[in-house]
Design a protein around this ligand. Structure first.
Ligand code: PRP
Length: 204
């Protein structure tokens, strides 16, 4: 049995569709259920940011998670494959018509990703004060909580509709297939076999 942590939402949906194509059967979570067992697979539905924890503690052997989350958490996991789904960018955003003041001794940045943020600005030798938020990040500069944000941009609609613009792109992200290091040794045959099938499916 292989246990697979999936991030709730679009990426879980897209991943299950990949499994449906490969195994030619349906992989559908029942209503509010968080566990789905089909054949030799057990899928766990978790929050995006929690995928590395489930895989790190081996409650899941493998998982699917955005590169942005992997970079933020820096857990010691095996990165098996870029699935090419869930594409987005991690960007610095500010209010339209404003400029980022690079000379300011400390810029206040609201973000879900304080590690990526601090790392990026320290390379530019800029001091930042990060304010950790858990969602609706775009609101922060509109009400004076921060000077700027570091957030995920997919279509750009959320920033646009809230009068913000992208001033810098920190990284591009997409969803990766990851594995627990011990599982990768203990269940090598199953994981490699699945890896091959998925890579054939996503890179035809
Ligand atoms: C993400 C992100 C932005 C939005 C970007 O939020 O934090 O708010 O999506 O997408 P867009 O560029 O297509 O508009 P999410 O939907 O995950 O909600 P959250 O703010 O509660 O984390």
């Amino acid at each position: 049995m292989l246990s697979i942590a999936l991030p709730k939402g679009r990426i879980a949906q897209d991943t299950l569709e990949i499994f449906e194509k490969i195994f030619e059967k349906s992989f559908i979570f029942n209503d509010r259920k968080l566990i789905l067992e089909v054949g030799e697979f057990r899928f766990l539905l978790v929050r995006n940011q929690d995928v590395p924890a489930y895989v790190m503690h081996q409650s899941a052997d493998i998982g699917v998670v955005g590169l942005d989350v992997l970079e933020e958490k820096k857990e010691d996991l095996v990165r098996l494959l870029d699935l090419g789904i869930g594409k987005c960018k991690v960007c610095v955003g500010i209010r339209d018509g404003e400029k980022l003041d690079y000379s300011s001794p400390e810029i206040k940045i609201a973000t879900k990703m304080p590690n990526i943020t601090k790392n990026y600005f320290s390379k530019k030798a800029m001091g930042v004060d990060t304010i950790k938020l858990y969602g609706s990040i775009e609101l922060a500069p509109l009400v004076g909580l921060s000077d700027a944000i570091v957030d995920i941009v997919e279509s750009g609609a959320t920033m646009k509709q809230n009068g913000l613009k992208v001033v810098e792109t920190i990284m591009e992200s997409s969803a990766y297939l990851i594995a627990n290091k011990n599982s990768f040794i203990e269940k090598k045959k199953e994981i490699i076999s699945l890896y091959r099938k998925i890579s054939n499916e996503v890179k035809p």
